[in-house]
Write a protein that binds this ligand. Structure first.
Ligand SMILES: C[S@@+](CC[C@H](N)C(=O)[O-])C[C@H]1O[C@@H](n2cnc3c(N)ncnc32)[C@H](O)[C@@H]1O
Length: 208
């Protein structure tokens, strides 16, 4: 990993070493909106799916329980990947695990669905966001789906102590040009400590 990637890895490893998943501000028992957007694509259970900055999210568990057979989990934190793998026990071998900074990700397979909840918003410079978009283009098949969930313009300015870039559906559409905005939703996430954080989720389709 690059020096910047290494700094990110250490930062997130410390966070994941400090407390259990249920106490993280972004924790969800059931990632309802992600699951409903994924279902709305109508993709089959053997579609290739990647979850970016997945951490210890329960999304993987819900997808595997619903029969998804080609799931890749990517995160910069080795600790998060290790904790998540342990939860799956022997089922972990059915998932592809990738530990890397998303900006250094070199896809060696194509995906039909890319999901990112609360990872993209940590990329605050134009260079970083355009690099991310370039990687999605390389990783996705024509007609693939892309789900991006970030803090909205009403949401907090920081997440886990780091500054974030906030969006609405129009600014996300401008960044992900070449992708067609199929649907979007704003929603409040209640953190375990009772605070409310407004998110925007966009479902895009890669133009063939
Ligand atoms: C706020 S958490 C969200 C976790 C998960 N997506 C969820 O919704 O529960 C952000 C996650 O993104 C990961 N992350 C942050 N920056 C990253 C980067 N540049 N590349 C890959 N993962 C990153 C962190 O390790 C962390 O697991």
């Amino acid at each position: 990993m690059s020096e910047q990637g290494e700094i990110r890895r250490q930062y997130w490893d410390e966070i994941y070493s400090s407390r259990p998943a249920e106490e993280m501000g972004w924790h969800q028992d059931v990632p309802e909106i992600s699951l409903s957007l994924i279902r709305s694509t109508g993709l089959s259970r053997d579609a290739s799916i990647i979850d970016i900055g997945a951490g210890e999210s329960s999304l993987a568990r819900h997808l595997m329980d619903s029969g998804v057979s080609q799931l890749t989990i990517l995160d910069v934190s080795e600790k998060a990947i290790q904790k998540s793998r342990e939860l799956f026990k022997e089922g972990a071998s059915k998932i592809r695990w990738i530990t890397t900074d998303i900006l250094e990700f070199e896809p060696d397979q194509e995906y039909e669905l890319w999901h990112d909840r609360a990872c993209f918003h940590f990329l605050t410079s134009e260079g970083e966001t355009s690099k991310y978009v370039e990687i999605t283009r390389r990783a996705l098949v024509p007609g693939a789906y892309l789900i991006i969930g970030t803090f909205s313009l009403e949401g907090p300015m920081k997440c886990s102590g780091l500054p974030v870039k906030r969006y609405d559906h129009e600014s996300l559409q401008k960044i992900f040009f070449g992708f067609k905005l199929e649907s979007y939703v704003y929603l409040d996430h209640k953190t375990p400590s009772g605070n409310s954080q407004n998110y925007i989720f966009c479902l895009f389709k890669a133009e063939p």
